[in-house]
Structure formats: structure tokens, C-alpha cells
Design a binder for this molecule. Structure first.
Ligand code: GDP
Ligand code: IMO
Ligand code: MG
Length: 448
């Protein structure tokens, strides 16, 4: 049995105490901001200590970049633990495009990583993203007066069908007769919807696409499993399980900045609900937090930097979407949003990423509160519209000049970088366990 160390425990004053090591190792990892915090990198780093890594929501709207040596892997669907020994699972709360799964599996096979049914399991009840979901997503987004800026991957429409109980599940995709029967039942409604939105309804019963889907269903039939059962069994056997989120806290469909959110619940509690694991089994909840903030797509971002500085951070951080290539909007660290993320997720630890990106700035700003209609706020208002009317109140810290990407230990950081991390930790009141200073595996160290 592999057991992660207990080094993440924090004994400093004024900070939330980490749960004592219970021997029960169910860890949930979520993004604490608007996605792209570096979840893929940190999951890859930590996965060596886990027997199972499971994705619990979202679909191929996600883009997780994992860099190992000179190789760069861009993952959309397969959990980022794939490169280690862990078994990787795709839970029933995920919406799965089988073509994307096939592409990713093939990419790994090319790199000599076998993605067979021993390595990867997909829940029988995972919803399938159909070509008509992608069509509907595109049509709806084009028609919206106020755009969301979706990834146009059919995510929202696949989740609509899940909730409406009109989805096609993985087990059905793998069974020719059941798949065709289900499609026959759903097709007239889908065709009507597409037609009403000005699209071409032929996509619903396109024979080439149907045959391709059936082929993929056959290919992945052997991978079908009961994810909840597997995870609970693994925990009973004393194994270590990690739940990996996609997107970020403020893109959560319930608690995020609606309507500029994704269509699934992205917060820690969602891991339990979506994977079918009781909350009493959770051992730790790790936040992935970027040292500044980014957002791709529409929606408020109070600390957004629109000028030269924003472009500089975007360039230095390579802030361009893994999935759509769109430029990510960049801003200063937003404490009120982070406080809300801590409340929503109950984080026990924080992994702080992309500290290196801030190198060279004379001053680094932390948004410690907002001004809203003459009032001072230290927590985001509940409504998106009101968040859009908040202006940030900053605390300024001196920057640092020396490159961080070769730094191997906390003590080697320039003093001002350490002060920045310490100040963030003090404000967040949750211990920072890891600090990341570059995209590579080796460019990470423990805080203490
Ligand atoms: P995810 O969606 O949360 O997995 O994040 P993405 O992979 O979409 O975006 C994070 C990007 O930053 C990727 O290109 C990573 O390779 C890169 N990255 C991760 N951590 C660091 C870091 O500490 N420093 C720098 N410079 N890049 C990083
Ligand atoms: P990872 O896992 C950042 C954003 C989209 C859009 C909104 C809704 O890489 O952090 P959707 O296609 O989900 O209906 O789009 O959500 N979005 C992401 N932003 N990172 C992601 O994933 C995202 N997945 C969706 O840009 O604003
Ligand atoms: Mg991403």
C-alpha cells in the first residue's frame, strides 16, 4: 500500500489545522479560481502516491497540460494521473466524447503508455456527448446576445440531457441495439431543436457518425466499470484515491458566477456526489491556486489587467487556452474570491502555482477587498451582476527580479517572493503545501 507522507501538516499559528493523518486516504483536488490553475501539473506530481485517480465532472471542455521532461501532454478527458502507476477512472458525473477519449488513448499509446482496461475504467453511467450536443452548443452560443464564451464542446447540452433523463450512457454506447433504439427515441426531439435554432438536423441521424460512435462503443466496452464500487472497495482495502476536478470553483454551476459558468459542479462536495463516495471518507481537500488569476471566456473578473501589464503576464504565463487556444484574461490575486473558494471547498491545503510568472514586476498587488457602491467588502457579493460592479482594493508588495524557475527549495526563493507567499498564506488562513515555479515536474517544492 502506498501512503503519502504527512508533511503537508501545518503547525503554524492562526491557520486552519489540517486533519490528523487518519490512514484513510481520499483526497479531492479542485481548482480554486476560474480553471487553468495548473491542476494537471499538480495531479501528475502527487499521483505517484495514489492507487486510483478519478475524474469526477466536466468533459473535454477541460485542458490539462502535463509536462514531463521534453514531452508535453495535453489532456482533456483522461485523468492527469495516467502517467504514473495509478489506475485512472472516469466517473458517471463526467460527460464523455468517445472520439476525444480515443484520440487521447492513441496519443498515450504512441508515447508507449498502454491505455488498456486495466489502466482505465469508465463508469457504465457516464453520459455520452453526442454530435448533436456540440451542434446545439454552437448554435445556442451564436444566438446569445450576451455570450458565455463556452468551449463549444457540447458540455451544457450533454448535461441538459442528463438532468432531463434523455442522455445516452456509456453502457448504451457499447451495445449496438440499445444505442440505436435510444437514438431512435431521442432523434425527433433533437432534430426539432436543431431546426428551430437554424441548424442542420441531419447531424442527428448521420449514418457515418452513428457507425463511428458504435465502433468507439465497441472499442471501449471492455473499459466499463462501476466507479463508485471500485473506489469504495479501494478505500476499504486501505488504498489511496484521488478525485481530480476539471474547471474551477467560480465556474461551478450552482455557486459560480452564473451565467458565466460551466454546467457541472466543480467544488469538492461534487466529488463525493459524482463519484458515489460518502463525505465521511474524505481525508484532505487540496486547492490548486495560481499566484495571480486568469479567466477564459466571459464574466466578471474584478482584478483584470487589460493593458500592457495584463499582456505581459499573459505572455510570461503562456496564458492561452489548452482547449480552444483563446487568450486568458489575467488579473492580480483576488482574495475575496479565494476566501469564497475556501468556504465552498473546505480546503485543507493549497498548492500555489506559477509564482515564477510574476518575476520582474516592481510591485505585486493583492486584492484584499472590494469597493461596492461605496461599501467595503471582504467577500464577494452573491450575484454575478454585483461582482461585476466591484472594484478591487489593493495591498502592494515589492516584487523580485531573479528568475525562479531553477529554484529547488523554499529557502532559495528571493526574500520578496517568500514574503508574497507568506502574506497570501496569512490572508488565506490555509497552509501552502507545494509551490510551483515552472511547468516541469521538478519545478515544484514543498513550502517547508
Ligand atoms: P489546468 O487546467 O488547471 O490543468 O491548467 P492548464 O494546464 O490548462 O494551464 C496551466 C498551464 O501552466 C499549463 O501550460 C502548465 O504547463 C503551466 N504551468 C503549470 N504550473 C506552472 C508554473 O508553476 N509555472 C509556469 N510558468 N507554468 C506552469
Ligand atoms: P480546466 O479544467 C477554464 C469556461 C469556458 C466558458 C465557461 C463555459 O482546463 O481548468 P463550457 O464549454 O464548459 O460550457 O464553457 O467555462 N471553461 C473553462 N475555463 N478552464 C477550463 O477547464 C474550462 N472549462 C470551461 O471558457 O467561459
Ligand atoms: Mg486548463
Amino acid at each position: 500500500m502506498k501512503m503519502p507522507g504527512t508533511e503537508a501538516k501545518y503547525t503554524g499559528q492562526n491557520l486552519i489545522k489540517v486533519k490528523p493523518d487518519s490512514g484513510l486516504m481520499f483526497t479531492i483536488i479542485t481548482g480554486a479560481q476560474f480553471g487553468d490553475e495548473g491542476k494537471g501539473k499538480i495531479v501528475d506530481l502527487l499521483a505517484k502516491d495514489y492507487d486510483i485517480v478519478a475524474r469526477f465532472q466536466g468533459g473535454n471542455n477541460a485542458g490539462h497540460t502535463v509536462r514531463v521532461g521534453d514531452e508535453v501532454y495535453k489532456l482533456h478527458l483522461i485523468p492527469s494521473g495516467i502517467l504514473l502507476d495509478a489506475r485512472v477512472l472516469i466517473g458517471p458525473g463526467v460527460v464523455l466524447n468517445p472520439e476525444v477519449l480515443a484520440e487521447e488513448a492513441e496519443m498515450f499509446e504512441k508515447h508507449g503508455i498502454k491505455v488498456d482496461s486495466e489502466k482505465l475504467g469508465v463508469d457504465a453511467k457516464t453520459s455520452i456527448i453526442m454530435p448533436y450536443h456540440i451542434e446545439l452548443d454552437g448554435l445556442r452560443e451564436a444566438a446569445r446576445e450576451t455570450k458565455i464564451g463556452t468551449t463549444r464542446r457540447g458540455i451544457g447540452y450533454a448535461y441538459i440531457d442528463k438532468v432531463a433523463r434523455d442522455e445516452i450512457r456509456m453502457a448504451e454506447l457499447a451495445d449496438r441495439e440499445r444505442f440505436l433504439k435510444r437514438l431512435e427515441e431521442l432523434a425527433p426531439q433533437k432534430e426539432k431543436e436543431i431546426e428551430a435554432m437554424g441548424g442542420d438536423p441531419k447531424i442527428v441521424r448521420d449514418p457515418v457518425l452513428i457507425e463511428r460512435y458504435l465502433e468507439l462503443g465497441k472499442k471501449f466496452a471492455a473499459y466499463i466499470t462501476d466507479v463508485s464500487r471500485e473506489i469504495n472497495q479501494a478505500l476499504d482495502d486501505g488504498k489511496n484515491v484521488m478525485a481530480e476536478a476539471a474547471q474551477g470553483t467560480h465556474l461551478d454551476v450552482i455557486h459560480g458566477t452564473q451565467k458565466f459558468v460551466t454546467s457541472s459542479s466543480t467544488i469538492a462536495g461534487s466529488a463525493c456526489a459524482n463519484l458515489g463516495v460518502g463525505p465521511t471518507r474524505v481525508d484532505s481537500v487540496i486547492a490548486i491556486v495560481k499566484a495571480y488569476i486568469t479567466r477564459v471566456g466571459e464574466g466578471p473578473l474584478p482584478t483584470e489587467l487589460t493593458g500592457e501589464l495584463g499582456e505581459r503576464i499573459q505572455k510570461a504565463g503562456g496564458e492561452f487556452g489548452t482547449t480552444t487556444g483563446r487568450g486568458r484574461r489575467c488579473g492580480w490575486f483576488d482574495l475575496p474570491l479565494l476566501k469564497k473558494a475556501i468556504a465552498l471547498n473546505g480546503y485543507t491545503e493549497i498548492s500555489l502555482t506559477k509564482l515564477d510568472v510574476l518575476t520582474g514586476l516592481d510591485t505585486i498587488r493583492i486584492c484584499v477587498g472590494y469597493k461596492y457602491k461605496g461599501e467595503s467588502l471582504d467577500y464577494p457579493p452573491e450575484l454575478t451582476e454585483d461582482l461585476g460592479d466591484c472594484s478591487p482594493v489593493y495591498e502592494d508588495l515589492p516584487g523580485w527580479k531573479s528568475d525562479l524557475t531553477e529554484v529547488k527549495a523554499y529557502g532559495e526563493l528571493p526574500e520578496n517572493a517568500r514574503n508574497y507567499v507568506r502574506r497570501l498564506e496569512e490572508l488565506m488562513k490555509v497552509p501552502v503545501n507545494y509551490i510551483s515555479v515552472g511547468p516541469g515536474r521538478a519545478q515544484t517544492f514543498k513550502k517547508e
